[in-house]
Design a protein around this ligand. Structure first.
Ligand code: ADP
Length: 429
């Protein structure tokens, strides 16, 4: 029996399959539309095997997900068919009322749809993935984890914008926060790595991926996140601008003849790393271009690092100090340059990197951070052992942790917990 996790993005869908009893990873999958909306590609990678890919002729997103689920369910690569016990979805927005994972039913789908205006690319994708799962696996319960849930209790001073109060009261305009599943996972994992109770820790967690945000966490509870009403606020990202002066937006609308749609497209898809570098939205490619002497690529990286550093400083001050700075997400986990650049100047907050690791771009998958048989043995013995590392200098008052984010694992674990709780409740009746 297995748990299927679905992470529906605007133009691709990630899958992960876990064994129900042990939470051992069985396989990962990706459904993508490289270029042509009619032709999707599904790639399935078993935990202990090579990827297999198949092209699909599908008319739309929902049909693509149905076909991918069918491929996953019947794949001989994974044995004689997969029996899915529960499906867990990563969902971007459930509003400030939702604090925990939920069972997805008609009322829940209505609630999710109510926030479409806030994340117009992601929410319809999540609802399509739910509908596809209902038709492909009709008798399997579906559970949702919301990115906003970790921020349900941020204080009013952190969630109110300095705009007319009626905008908040009448239109619900406030800050929400995103990437909560990743930030919640890193909070738990940081406490575990530091052998401290989460209630004792002040953390700033930087999730730096294609989308990026940072969270200040005190005592295991989120105080604020850099994304706000929408996932456009905060850090500069792959193609998103992050925070910019709203005066600029008024200027281009009024004086430069830009339409609202063009402006939205620019802020979402043509800004950030891509906008400044003109090279790519992909951090690795921008790093490569900068290394070859491309000045705008170098500038894009410098702006990126400057903004992360400034925000880490601001968040640490809201916490009154810092016990650990956490890097996660594709960029945070992999770019040693970025981590060193962000930490430069944070010595005043007690952040000191281990000089021997500065500039070493090591993948968290390799063995360089903690060598030897003991690590390999631990990894083989426990499916829940992740290769996370502390890269602070031994005498650094604040620790610097690189944590491989495991949103899919978190979703699988919570979905399993809900199934077991329901079974226990039924047994107790
Ligand atoms: P998503 O937000 O889509 O989940 P990821 O967390 O996978 O994205 O992060 C993708 C980003 O991570 C890309 O910009 C990619 O270039 C960057 N990245 C991945 N590996 C590396 C690496 N070795 N060095 C620098 N950046 C990397």
């Amino acid at each position: 029996m297995s748990i299927l996790v679905i992470n529906a993005g605007s133009s691709s869908v990630k899958f992960a399959l876990f064994e129900f009893d042990t939470l051992r990873s069985l396989a990962r999958g990706l459904l993508d539309w490289p270029g042509d909306a009619q032709h999707a590609v599904v790639t399935l990678t078993p935990a202990d095997g090579n990827p297999i890919s198949r092209e699909l002729d599908v008319p739309d997103y929902r049909a693509g997900v149905v076909a991918a689920l069918e491929m996953l369910r019947t794949s001989k690569t994974l044995g004689d068919g997969i029996l899915v016990r529960v499906v867990g979805h990563r969902l971007i927005h459930g509003g400030p009322q939702i604090r925990r994972p939920v069972r997805i039913d008609a009322a829940m789908k209505d609630l999710i749809a109510r926030y479409t205006h806030v994340a117009p690319l992601h929410i319809p994708a999540g609802l399509e993935a739910i509908a596809a799962t209902e038709s492909a696996l009709p008798d399997v319960p579906q559970v949702g984890l919301f990115d906003t849930a970790f921020f349900a209790d941020i204080p009013p001073a952190a969630y109110l914008y300095p705009l007319p109060y009626a905008w908040y009261e009448d239109w619900g305009i406030r800050r929400f926060g995103y990437h909560g599943t990743s930030h919640a996972y890193c909070t738990e994992r940081a406490a575990e790595m530091l052998h401290r109770d989460p209630s004792q820790l002040r953390l700033v967690i930087c999730h730096l991926g294609q989308g990026s945000s940072a969270t200040a966490v005190r005592g295991g509870v989120a105080v604020t996140n850099t994304m706000g009403f929408s996932p456009l606020e905060g850090f500069m990202m792959g193609t998103r601008s992050g925070t910019v002066d709203p005066g600029i937006l008024l200027h281009v609308l009024k004086e430069r003849g830009m339409s609202v749609d063009e402006l939205a497209d620019t802020l979402h898809k043509k800004s950030g790393l891509l906008g400044i570098s003109g090279v790519s939205s992909d951090f690795r490619q921008v790093e490569a271009a900068a290394a070859e002497g491309n000045d705008r690529a170098r500038l894009a990286l410098d702006v990126y690092a400057y903004r992360v550093r400034a925000m880490v400083g601001a968040l640490a001050v809201t916490l009154g100090g810092l016990d650990a700075l956490v890097f996660t997400g594709g960029i945070g986990e992999n770019s040693a340059w970025l981590r060193a650049e962000v930490c430069k100047g944070l010595e005043c907050l007690g952040v000191h990197l281990d000089a021997s690791r500065k500039g070493t771009s090591y993948s968290l998958g390799d063995e360089s951070a903690e060598r030897g048989e003991s690590r390999r043995a631990k990894k083989a013995a426990s499916p829940l052992f992740w290769p996370d590392v502390d890269i602070a200098a031994p005498n650094s008052p604040a620790r610097v942790l690189v944590i491989q984010t495991r949103e899919d694992f978190m979703i699988a674990r919570e979905a399993r917990r809900m199934v077991l709780e329901k079974m226990n409740a039924e047994c107790g009746k």
